[in-house]
Write a protein that binds this ligand. Structure first.
Ligand code: BDR
Ligand code: CA
Length: 312
């Protein structure tokens, strides 16, 4: 039997983050040790409340939530209200949230949890990488305790907030640079693959029909997310970026990966936040990451459907 992967999901919910939480919180291959939150799609109080709301909705209130950094290392905070709305999770009508975050700061939790775990923990980041970078700066010894970092962010090709940069990278380029140069094995799930899992209306309908608490929440989330993705990017279906990380940990065959050297541009010019991916090995530098180049979209949607059915 395949060993269970313990993960901490560091996120900024966020519609696609919320789906990643649902996929990780009830998964035969994964133990979700905790959810940590960061400012990104919305402010930290909002992303933290949203993580609690999602866990309460799906009946997983036993999974702890730790709030982390309210802003990036160097640059001014950016949010993605145009996509995720005023609350960060516009669309569903949530009941009053009774689940509370833990008192401990997410960065301190990460350090203690990584140091205390019997086996290495996988850190999945689906927001700006501020918390993890801060933890690595405060406690460099934890790098040997992280099994690997699986992140949604970056792009071999174009960005989505500038021609060069993807949102999670541009939201905190310096933090991303610290993580990419940490020596921890890293899988970059970038826009190159997440733009291939567009949530078309027929997919929303397929999931809605399942009728579990998770698929109901997903359908309500997608009603907002797909509308704003159409307005901002012209997509007929919203790219379901963040859950690709967890789908990959559930079934690695879903992604095609390539070893390469990835460096994050922190020079502050027009390519600020770009992930420069040397997929052809021009620079003759040792690879520090695996970049996702392709995705089996049909398998991905099957994994999402299987997940939603587990909540019946
Ligand atoms: C990333 O940016 C956020 O808006 C999404 O939640 C995702 O993590 C995509 O660029
Ligand atoms: Ca996110």
């Amino acid at each position: 039997m395949q060993k269970l992967t313990h993960i901490v999901l560091d996120c900024d919910p966020g519609h696609d983050d919320a789906t990643a939480i649902m996929l990780a919180a009830n998964n035969p291959r994964i133990v979700l040790d905790a959810v940590t939150t960061v400012a990104g799609n919305q402010t930290l109080p909002k992303t933290t409340l949203n993580a609690c709301r999602v866990l309460q909705w799906i009946g997983r209130t036993g999974i702890p939530v730790y709030a982390g950094c309210p802003g990036p290392f160097v640059r001014d905070p950016v949010i993605a209200g145009d996509i995720h709305g005023e609350t960060g999770l516009d669309g569903p009508v949530f009941p009053e949230c009774t689940k509370l975050p833990e008192q401990k700061h997410a960065v301190l939790f990460l350090i203690e949890h990584l140091r205390g775990s019997e086996e290495p923990v996988t850190v999945v980041t689906t927001g700006p990488m501020t918390n993890l970078a801060m933890a690595l700066r405060l406690a460099p010894d934890i790098s040997s305790r992280i099994g690997r970092i699986v992140l949604m962010g970056g792009s071999v090709g174009n960005g989505n907030v500038t021609p060069a940069a993807e949102f999670n990278m541009l939201a905190d380029p310096e933090a991303a640079r610290i993580c990419f140069s940490s020596g921890v094995p890293l899988v970059m799930v970038g826009l190159d693959v997440t733009r291939k899992v567009l949530c078309y209306p027929e997919i929303v309908e397929r999931m809605r029909k399942i009728g579990s608490c998770a698929s109901d929440l997903f359908a309500a989330l997608m009603s907002h997310f797909c509308k704003t993705q159409k307005e901002v990017f012209g997509y007929d279906g919203g790219p379901l970026h963040d859950p690709v990380t967890v789908a990959y940990l559930t079934d690695p065959s879903v992604l095609t990966l390539k070893d390469c050297r990835i460096e994050v541009d922190t020079t502050g010019g027009p390519s600020y936040g770009r992930t420069n991916c040397d997929v052809f090995g021009y620079a003759k530098k040792k690879p520090n990451a695996k970049a996702a180049l392709d995705i089996d979209a049909s398998r991905f949607w099957d994994l999402i459907e299987e997940c939603f059915r587990r909540y019946l």
